[in-house]
Write a protein that binds this ligand. Structure first.
Ligand code: FMN
Length: 163
């Protein structure tokens, strides 16, 4: 470890410059499905196709991904900010957020939202558990495209998640 002093304000300002999308990550375990809003997402490899996503270490979905080795990413339409808000608020029971969004189970048994642009279903191939989020690496095994249009971007929502 170096003894360099981190400039916390500069770190925060610069990290918030990283552009992000807004997705609904879907998970399933037994009869139970869950979903949450995720913005810390990027592609990690062309071949095999990999995606990288950071998930709060203490969230319900983190444990479900660890135990099942699967997750999917639903890509939202540019006008689905209200739906993204449903999926980051506390819910009464696991999976309750899906009352706002009809879904079907995809090829890997993961919740694919009918009204989103589409979904990528992934198998977990690696992870780094070091900070308050776990960095998961998933290999894309199935892709469902409902329609091709503009996707929701974090910069358009006025929300911050980062820094
Ligand atoms: C704009 C925004 C982006 C978010 N991005 C992430 C993310 O990338 N990873 C994450 O774990 N949580 C993220 N969250 C928080 C989760 O959506 C939230 O903690 C959710 O309640 C977790 O649900 P769960 O406990 O049912 O899994 C984000 C929240 C907001 C408002």
């Amino acid at each position: 470890m170096t003894d360099v002093v981190l400039d916390a304000a500069a770190k925060k300002t610069l990290l918030r410059k990283i552009p992000h999308g807004v997705f609904i990550c879907g998970v399933a375990e037994g009869e139970e499905v869950n979903g949450f809003t995720a913005s810390w997402v990027t592609q990690g490899s062309f071949e095999p196709p990999l995606v990288v996503m950071a998930v709060r270490a203490d969230s319900t979905s983190n444990g479900m991904i660890q135990r099942t080795g699967r997750f999917c990413l639903n890509v939202l339409r540019a006008d689905q900010k209200d739906l993204a808000a449903v999926f980051f608020k506390p819910q009464k029971g696991v999976g309750g957020r899906f009352e706002a969004a009809p879904f079907q189970l995809g090829a890997l048994g993961l919740p694919v939202l009918e009204d989103a642009l589409g979904a990528l279903e992934c198998e977990l191939v690696g992870q780094v558990a070091h900070g308050d989020h776990t960095v998961f690496v998933g290999e894309v095994k199935a892709a469902t495209l409902h329609r091709d249009a503009s996707a929701l971007e974090l910069s358009a929502t006025g929300w911050q998640y980062g820094g």
